[in-house]
Design a protein around this ligand. Structure first.
Ligand code: NAI
Ligand code: HPV
Length: 528
């Protein structure tokens, strides 16, 4: 397994990957064709904000299972394309929050007390004491745009320094804002007008792109703007103009629409604008945290374990995972068998849970069943993209549960349907981990699902099993196991065979020539 790392991460994360037995390739210069080449045989890719993980990367990386983002923002990763290619995207949403909040506070003071400007002049030998009259944060109003993880940490710190807090965030409640001593303001313009300092902490989304332009900046009379979230949220040319020629006192920016920031940027010409090269997460502690968290997500993904911070896969509670894990394979198998037996275009899939498993969060189990249903039809399907594939194809997916069960401790039933035809396959786990198919279309069976299988529907007449056995034998097809079930004596029967090899079409035709045999279906499992 190869893990490609294209932005610098802390050694603690690299060591963890190596300890897990992976080949770790660090290539911090990779971009364009070099990146596509490097990623071609990678099973995992780890990035920070410096790598553009676009559609072409997913096209080039056939074996990619996960993109780990050693940090928070994922605006440099095309998550839709990742989902289409069945690749998990996971970030590390906790480890650098305090670092980003502290940098924001530092930027507030750097801007308001002219620290970088005065520092530069003193280093040049100038004692420019009388040129710098600063602004105190004490008793001023701080407007926080986006009261998420970072925004909340900033609120706590600047509240402690005597600021009044107002918040604009359409997705939180008044109570939530009040917990941080902040007043929630419904309108962005009102929030900006009420603020002396404004700090941005939203992700870059279509909705937040250019959210702060010329008109909004005009409301910041004598105000300071701090952006340690993402470039692209603030119109940079308008900001340079509002500070240089307009009403604003200053600004402090850590992030830019294009990074690295071009030497031609108008922001660099304005003395009252302080800039840092995207340093918000650059502390030792934060880098160690996010590197280790991301390495852990990669190890989990490559071991089919739950990826707790996955952004495009069903989320799973770590403590509940051991209880659902054995059912992932079972439901996938039941899905594969159901789809191959129906052999038609599928218009709906229902996954029904009975018994103990019905008490669990089964999103991931249902996703695995879908993965099984689509597997024979699709080249690369997994639990990440299966729900999306179903939706795109207009395939209705339902999930149902009953805690009561008659015969089994837990039973998973996958029902596939196409118009009038439907088919159900039920599976259980014997002794907690031994998968068995126990019902096919209402027939009670006891089949071990593996390798090549043949499911025969035949009239319940003497000699049929013998006929099938001898025709398979004549064609050198060894029967490893079989189970026969029937409706009523002399009615219809269903027999499941485990075979060492697949049954060729001509052998199926030979068998179907006998009018006691109604239908034969072959099934291939375990990737054979
Ligand atoms: N400069 C740096 O090195 C770092 C930057 N960041 C950036 O900080 C930003 C925030 O990170 P977190 O707080 O962890 O994210 P979060 O997801 O915890 O919080 C984001 C908040 O923004 C709010 N929001 C979304 N759309 C909004 C809108 N249109 N108007 C107002 N509020 C809106 C959400 O409701 C949420 O409360 C991200 O862009 C992240 O990439 C994070 C860490 C380091
Ligand atoms: O975590 C984030 O969102 C950041 O912006 C940090 O970016 P970086 O990992 O330093 O490129």
């Amino acid at each position: 397994m190869k893990v490609l790392v294209t932005d610098p991460i802390d050694d603690a994360g690299l060591d963890r990957l190596r300890e897990a037995g992976y080949e770790v390739e660090t290539n911090y210069e990779a971009a364009g064709d070099d990146l596509l080449e490097a990623v071609a045989d990678a099973n995992a890719l780890i990035v920070r904000s410096g790598t553009d993980v676009n559609e072409a990367v997913f096209e080039a990386a056939e074996d990619l299972v996960i993109v780990g983002r050693a940090g928070i923002g994922v605006d440099n990763i095309d998550i839709e394309a990742a989902t289409d290619h069945g690749v998990i995207v996971a970030n590390a949403p906790e480890g650098n929050v305090r670092a980003a909040a502290e940098h924001t506070v530092a930027m507030a003071f750097a801007g308001a007390r002219w620290i970088p400007q005065a520092h530069t002049r003193l280093k040049d030998g100038e004692w420019a004491k009388s040129d710098y009259l600063g602004y105190e944060v004490n008793n001023k109003t701080l407007g926080i745009i986006g009261l998420g993880r970072v925004g909340q940490e900033v609120a706590k710190r600047l509240d402690g320094l005597g600021m009044d807090l107002v918040v604009f965030d359409p997705y939180i409640s008044e109570e939530r804002a009040a917990q941080f001593g902040a007043e929630l303001i419904d309108d962005l313009d009102d929030c900006l007008e009420a603020s002396d300092f404004v700090t941005i902490h939203t992700p870059l989304l279509p909705e937040t792109e250019n959210m702060i332009g010329e008109e909004e900046l005009a409301l910041l009379e004598d105000g300071f703007l701090i952006n340690c979230a993402r470039g692209g949220i603030v119109d940079e040319a308008a900001l340079a103009d509002a500070v240089e020629n307009g009403p604003m006192a200053g600004a402090a920016l850590d992030v830019f629409a294009e990074e690295p920031l071009s030497a031609d940027s108008p922001l660099l010409d304005v003395d009252e604008i302080v800039v840092t090269p995207h340093l918000g997460a650059s502390t030792e502690a934060a880098q160690e945290n996010v590197a280790v968290d991301t390495a852990d997500q990669v190890v989990a993904a490559l071991n089919d374990q739950p990826v707790l911070n996955a952004l495009n896969a069903p989320s799973v509670d770590e403590t509940a995972f051991p209880r659902i894990e054995p059912y992932l394979g079972l439901s996938e198998t039941a899905g594969k068998i159901a789809a191959q037996l129906l052999g038609e275009r599928i218009s709906s899939v229902e996954v029904h849970y009975e018994g103990d498993i019905a008490n669990e969060d089964v999103d991931l189990v249902t996703a695995s069943a879908l993965k099984g249903v689509f597997k024979p039809l699709e080249w690369q399907v997994n639990a990440v993209n299966a729900p999306r594939l179903a939706e795109e194809r207009g395939i209705e997916v339902t999930e149902s549960k009953t805690v009561q069960t008659e015969d089994f401790q837990s039973l998973v039933t996958v029902k596939v349907e196409d118009g009038d035809t439907s088919l159900t396959v039920s599976g259980t786990l014997f002794a907690g981990d031994d998968p068995r198919i126990v019902r096919i279309d209402g027939y009670r069976v006891d089949a071990i699902p593996y390798g090549h299988m043949l499911v025969a529907r035949n009239k319940d007449k003497p000699g049929v099993i013998g006929l099938i056995g001898s025709v398979l034998g004549e064609n050198d097809i060894n029967i490893a196991g079989m189970f026969n079930a029937r409706e009523t004596i002399g009615g219809e029967a269903l027999t499941v065979y485990n075979l060492d090899v697949d049954v060729p079409d001509e052998v199926l035709e030979e068998l179907l020539a006998d009018d006691r045999i109604i239908e034969l279906k072959t099934i291939t499992l375990n990737g054979q």
